[in-house]
Design a protein around this ligand. Structure first.
Ligand code: MN
Length: 501
């Protein structure tokens, strides 16, 4: 299913003039068929169009510059049907700013054993044409995804989609604005960072707004708008009727509607699809938004608690990458451990877990919030859906960034947890808690992360390549010594890659 609107991938086929008009016309017909086939594929979430058969350095540069300038072009799929001498590609690839993928395929899957002749051989030269092409981006130090196999194969199409989703995340980040309400939590280290280098690395910008201005937007919300929003809560969540009969609890719920609408309008006006706040700094607001933040996250906004703008931005980017998938994505924090037969992590936050990850219809409840401020706050309560999951965190190492992923298996909690008033997910990290947490801590990974069940590891790898940032993965095969060595080798590589400044 196509879920990215007008954002389109361009199939650009490389060739040269050597072959004459007849062969080149066949190259174009075949390319159009491949683009149409990919576009029609259920595996691909983005539209694919055939763009051009390029035969000279001028044509290559032209199509790359066109891609840069077209906001609807989300990325390029490059394929050499025939031989396309690769020095022709240097100027174009040097200028190209959009994500690109090298599709190493061939028009026909099987060789026509009985009829194959030199004409067939001359038309179908991807086997060596793509190798000639690939030499140049390697020489230029250009990161790209290389997908190998017949273009009709599901595996190939899924790999293209992983990259396409990463490209959509990259595209989103180029214009993403993150709003900060209040500064970072006092004395906290990992949520800090350099907003200028983040913008250069990832594309998104981070802007601070006055709490008074946000409070004004929330205070301006009309009773009628609040009524309508509370109606929606009744449709989407289980709400105990007694809560609406009691003046105090009803007001707590209505207050979250006021905050949700006020924040939504404020963020909409400023063009921000991600935001942070901080329970230490809520002047003018009624309290820490609970249900309001959960709702905004489930409607696509990125969020990070305690001023964590890096996680807020990554949550938004992951949500864009996961567009159209049923599984959810949330801001998350490793909260509490269960040491047992299988060591487990109970993940949660004060309030702000996105209901997109819920295993069941969330219940809307009002409980006393006791961290930083003491106040009754309405919030959604649910368990995370069992199944494979991952945590993604982005950390600022001072001179560069590191992305860290831990693959997890979310499980059903063994009991009801009747006294725990927050939404949560219980998981077993891969390969186990001991190795996972040892590696996470050595890597400097923070306590906040993006928790997602909607992305493949390959898509996250592709995203890390697009932003040119180290990705360290803790998974089923990870061992502590090898992981630590990987960090050490990576430190040398990334320092050399960044060069002298
Ligand atoms: Mn936190």
């Amino acid at each position: 299913m196509k879920v990215y609107g007008n954002k389109t991938l361009w199939l650009v086929t490389g060739s040269q003039t050597l072959y004459g008009p007849e062969v080149l016309a066949q190259v174009e017909r075949n390319s159009r068929e491949i683009a149409a086939g990919l576009d029609a594929s259920a595996q691909l979430s983005a539209k694919v169009v055939f763009k051009d058969v390029v035969k000279s350095p001028e044509e290559i540069l032209k199509v790359c510059l066109e891609a840069n300038n077209d906001p609807d072009c989300a990325g390029l799929v490059l394929w050499m049907h025939t031989f396309s001498p690769a020095k022709m590609w240097i100027a174009g690839l040097a200028a190209l700013r959009k994500p690109w993928l090298h599709l190493h395929t061939q028009f026909s899957a099987e060789l026509p054993w009985d009829t194959i002749d030199m004409n067939y051989m001359n038309l179908n030269q991807s086997a060596h044409g793509d190798r000639e092409f690939g030499h140049v981006p390697t020489r230029m130090g250009k990161e790209r995804k290389v997908v190998v196999g017949h273009w009709k194969a599901e595996r190939v199409q899924r790999q293209i989609d992983d990259w396409a989703r990463a490209a959509m995340g990259w595209n989103e980040a180029q214009t993403l604005s993150v709003a900060r309400f209040g500064d970072n939590m006092r004395q906290v280290a990992v949520t800090e960072g350099d907003k200028v280098s983040a913008q250069m690395q990832f594309g998104y910008n981070v802007q601070a707004y006055g709490l008074g201005d946000l409070a004004e937007a929330c205070d301006a919300v009309s009773d009628a708008d609040i009524d309508a929003r509370v109606e929606a809560y009744h449709e989407e969540y289980t709400v105990d009727g007694a809560l609406m009969k009691d003046d105090h609890t009803r007001e707590c719920i209505r207050n979250e509607a006021r905050l949700e609408i006020g924040m939504e309008r404020f963020l909409g006006e400023k063009g921000c699809m991600a935001f942070t706040n901080n329970f230490e700094n809520l002047t003018g607001l009624t309290g820490l938004p609970g249900l309001a933040t959960q709702r905004l996250m489930s409607r696509g906004w990125g969020y990070g608690g305690e001023g964590d703008w890096k996680t807020a931005a990554m949550t938004r980017i992951a949500k864009v990458m996961a567009e159209g998938r049923e599984q959810g994505t949330s801001f998350m924090e490793d909260y509490t451990y269960h040491f047992g037969a299988r060591d487990q992590v109970l993940g949660s936050h004060m309030l702000e877990i996105c209901p997109s990850i819920a295993a069941q219809k969330p219940t809307l409840e009002v409980h006393l919030h006791t961290i930083g401020i003491r106040k009754d706050i309405a919030r959604l309560r649910f368990n995370g859906t069992p199944g494979p999951s991952m945590m993604i965190t982005v950390i600022d190492l001072g001179h560069r960034y590191r992305m860290l992923v831990n693959e997890l298996d979310t499980v059903e909690p063994p009991r009801d947890l009747p006294k725990l008033p927050t939404a949560r997910a219980l998981w077993e990290p891969r390969p186990d808690l001991e190795v996972s947490a040892t590696c996470w801590i050595h890597a400097g990974g923070g306590h906040h992360s993006v928790y997602t069940q909607a992305l493949s590891l390959d898509a996250v790898r592709d995203y890390a390549d697009l932003v040119d940032v180290e990705l360290a993965v803790i998974g089923a095969d990870t061992t502590v010594p090898a992981f630590r060595d990987q960090l050490r080798h990576g430190a040398a590589y990334w320092s050399l890659r960044k060069g002298v400044l």
